[in-house]
Design a protein around this ligand. Structure first.
Ligand SMILES: [Zn+2]
Length: 147
């Protein structure tokens, strides 16, 4: 999935990026899965900071850290710590998320949260304007006001 997203980014096909995120969310919800630590590491190493795969990865990491019943065999604290320390951008994104946002299951945020299209654009996955189906990503609420 990370490879596919990376290719879509390189080819600059944001609609495909959005469709990949839609498939990923549907699959992980249906299987009751969260991204593995390998997925999170690769999302940061292989995709750009503008891509929303990283956003999903850091939301998942943040959510995992808040789970008191987190499976230590699947998500060992030592490996989580290594990702936060060693993967470019993870630490900053994780801290920003911790400061700004309450913990939510990243699979339950509106699918457009992880889409590249603008708030006013028609979503290639749902066929609707994203409107309220989108949680602001970092930076989304910090645009200069229109005159
Ligand atoms: Zn969308």
């Amino acid at each position: 999935m990370v490879d596919f997203y990376h290719v879509a980014e390189k080819l600059m096909i944001p609609d495909l990026q959005d469709m990949i995120m839609g498939c990923l969310l549907r699959f992980q919800k249906a299987q009751n899965q969260l991204p593995s630590l390998e997925f999170i590491r690769r999302a940061y190493e292989e995709t750009t900071e503008n891509g929303k795969l990283r956003l999903y990865a850091v939301f998942a990491l943040h959510y995992l850290m808040k789970q008191t019943d987190r499976n230590e065999e699947i998500w060992p604290l030592d490996e989580i710590s290594a990702i936060i320390q060693n993967c470019d951008g993870v630490c900053k994104d994780f801290l920003l998320l911790s400061m700004k946002q309450e913990t939510a299951d990243p699979r339950n945020l509106g699918v457009c949260t992880y889409h590249m299209h603008g708030l006013e654009d028609i979503c290639p996955v749902t066929g609707k304007r994203s409107g309220g189906d989108r949680k602001p990503a970092s930076g989304d609420g910090e645009r200069p006001a229109k005159r």
